[in-house]
Ligand binder design. Structure first.
Ligand SMILES: C[S@@+](CC[C@H](N)C(=O)[O-])C[C@H]1O[C@@H](n2cnc3c(N)ncnc32)[C@H](O)[C@@H]1O
Length: 508
């Protein structure tokens, strides 16, 4: 371990994840839904990501918001080298990456920010780094600015803390050459142990479930999750106390699925929590009820509360679209309270309407009023559909053309890369200013369209030359005929379902 890393693993690079909750417009929507006005210019905000890994999320957001300025740091130079490569090839001129530590970043020549975001960082670094992060937010966040922060949460982790201890102990004793292999060894040792007569596992079924849950996890993710010197799941109240030092206070959950209480708590608990005035205490108690292991929260430097009527006015002026293939929308979902079936007479017409294209919320409300559905139900449905990733709010129409040039360049970079890797499973939308999930195979279908090549030959040629095969229903397909037949099925589905959704989002 190097001296500059203060116990954080730098000998294994991280995964290439994209986290859609960090999309500025979604953060604004989350803020509006909680009754607070987001304070920034749509066209020219400033955005900073701390501990950005390979910087994929910030690069994508920079492409989708070309008039705004993006900054990000990560002290692992391997991560920042990859991020700079993305910037260069995708032709992004509105983003700067720094291989600074949080301490050093504090002294970099930076503007103040409308958004400071950090995902998967705060509970994996030592107190010294957390203090630097607090100081950074205190110094660099504008009044009215938002912080997005995610972290491992207590009490959700409580029963599983010993599993991290086992992971560290076994990995340290493994003779494998690399940390991903050591983690794999450790995992098998833990699995063996759980199959023996070990009282701990009998008393803690959640620990046994954890063993099943993490099976097959990305081997570059696991060392970052479990093998850093610092690893501290935290109660919300501790996070709130530490961030209060940075002059920020709690605004609410970043995800609509966490904002909508009826998905997580029964009615009497909702009433009980509503009666608690002390917010950190209330949130700690909520976390006992839901037993969440990971929280994604928004904090703000000063809250600007809106009266209900003004909140509705702001929301009504937002446009939404269906962001996925219509056929993939399911009305049945599992939430913390259990499996719920969404009301067909409310949800189906909204989804059908938004499948036709961008629609103002005021228009959706009017359309549903005709069907006898009251406006509060429509607002709630939009929040839920957005939380599920089915719908997305849209940036203003006038800005889309300018965004499209840079999203096209970024998307070309991603699509060309998918010839060799399955790393970035997202494209940038000029309409949402954020990410859209697209699998590697669908990216390759797009590549074939653009280059007017025969798609199945192109893809099977690439896969077979790289020694790869397709997987169908969890089973690896052996023969070329099986692979080609499955690719043909997927291609038909791509044309029927995926392409119309991409068109709606301004991609292609
Ligand atoms: C678990 S990863 C999360 C990466 C990225 N935010 C994501 O979610 O994909 C934590 C990141 O924080 C970076 N990091 C840890 N300590 C740091 C420090 N003191 N200064 C800057 N970056 C740090 C690591 O290199 C790593 O990329």
């Amino acid at each position: 371990m190097t001296t500059w890393s203060n116990g954080y693993r730098t000998d294994v690079t991280y995964t290439h994840g994209v986290y859609r909750e960090m999309t500025p417009l979604l953060l604004d929507y989350a803020s509006l839904c909680r009754g607070y006005l987001p304070l920034r210019e749509e066209e020219s905000f400033t955005f900073c990501e701390l501990g950005c890994g390979h910087g994929v999320t910030t690069s994508l957001l920079a492409a989708a918001n070309p008039q705004s300025a993006f900054y990000a740091n990560d002290f692992n130079p391997n991560h920042i080298a990859t991020a700079r490569h993305t910037t260069q090839v995708a032709g992004l001129s509105n983003i700067d990456f720094y291989d600074d530590s949080f301490q050093d970043f504090l002294h970099a020549d930076l503007p103040t920010f409308d958004y400071i975001v950090l995902h998967g960082v705060y509970s994996w670094v030592a107190e010294r780094e957390r203090k630097a992060i607090q100081a950074f937010i205190e110094k660099k966040l504008r009044p009215g600015g938002l912080v997005y922060i995610s972290y491992n949460t207590l009490p959700g982790w409580a029963a599983l803390m010993p599993m991290r201890q086992l992971m560290v102990q076994y990995a340290q004793r493994s003779t494998a050459a690399t940390w991903p292999q050591k983690v794999q060894d450790a995992y098998h040792q833990i699995k063996d142990l759980a199959n023996r007569d070990v009282r701990f596992f009998e008393a803690n079924p959640a620990a046994r479930q954890w063993i099943t849950d993490i099976e097959g996890s990305d081997l570059n993710y696991l060392p970052h999750e479990y093998l850093n010197a610092a690893w501290e799941p935290m109660y919300f109240s501790q996070i709130a106390r530490e961030l209060a030092e940075a002059k920020v206070s709690y605004l609410g959950p970043a995800s609509q699925l966490d904002q909508l209480d009826f998905l997580n708590l029964n009615n009497s608990t909702i009433d009980e929590l509503a009666s608690l005035q002390d917010i950190p205490f209330r949130e700690d108690i909520r976390d006992f009820y839901v037993n969440r292991r990971f929280r994604k929260d928004i904090f703000a430097r000063g809250l600007f509360p809106l009266p209900d009527a003004e909140q509705i006015e702001y929301l009504s002026s937002m446009r939404f679209v269906l962001a996925v293939a219509r056929e993939t929308v399911s009305l049945e979902h599992r939430f913390t309270v259990g499996t719920l079936t969404l009301l067909a007479h409310v949800y189906e017409p909204i989804v059908d309407l938004l499948a036709q294209g961008p629609t103002y919320l005021s228009e959706i409300v009017a359309f549903m009023h005709e069907k006898g559905v009251e406006s509060s139900k429509v607002h709630q449905a939009l929040r839920l559909l957005t939380g599920l990733g089915y719908t997305m709010p849209l940036v203003s129409e006038a800005t889309v053309d300018a965004r499209k040039q840079s999203t096209d360049r970024f998307n070309s970079f991603v699509i060309y890369r998918s010839r060799f890797y399955s790393q970035i499973n997202y494209l940038a939308s000029p309409l949402t200013g954020g990410p859209v999930h697209l699998s590697r195979i669908s990216q390759l279908f797009l590549l074939a369209e653009r280059e007017q090549r025969e798609p199945i030959d192109l893809i099977w040629g690439l896969l077979s030359s790289q020694g790869q095969t397709m997987i169908k229903d969890g089973v690896s397909l052996e023969t070329p005929e099986e692979n080609i037949a499955w690719l043909q099925e997927l291609h038909a589905e791509f044309h029927r379902m995926t392409l119309p959704a991409l068109h709606r989002l301004g991609i292609e």
